[in-house]
Design a protein around this ligand. Structure first.
Ligand SMILES: [Zn+2]
Length: 101
């Protein structure tokens, strides 16, 4: 997702800064990714450019989120030692429509 115009007002976006975000993947591995933040020249809003394989504000890989939403990853699933807790899964399901947009 590389937006070049502001989703709010259509103004041009210019690179603002870069932030690091920690991402938790399956298998207890955590990694840092760099996310570029861009600023709208018109309204001044800050937007994040998110890598396509990461859902906004989710600390798990998209694959894991998708697995939960599609029902093949449950708290009992083997091989996902670092799976999200059941409450997190329920929250994802509640936000399903939003997440899969
Ligand atoms: Zn704007």
């Amino acid at each position: 997702m590389n937006e070049t115009v502001c989703p709010k007002c259509g103004g041009r976006l210019k690179l603002y800064d870069k932030v690091k975000r920690i991402v938790r993947t399956k298998g207890r591995v955590t990694k840092w990714i760099v996310i570029r933040r861009v600023r709208c020249q018109i309204c001044g809003r800050i937007h994040r450019e998110l890598p396509e394989d990461i859902f906004p504000y989710k600390q798990y890989e998209a694959e894991v989120v998708r697995g939960v939403l599609e029902g093949f990853i449950t708290p009992e699933t083997m091989g996902y030692e670092d799976y999200p807790c059941e409450m997190t899964m329920l929250q994802w399901k509640a936000q399903k429509t939003q997440l899969l947009l």
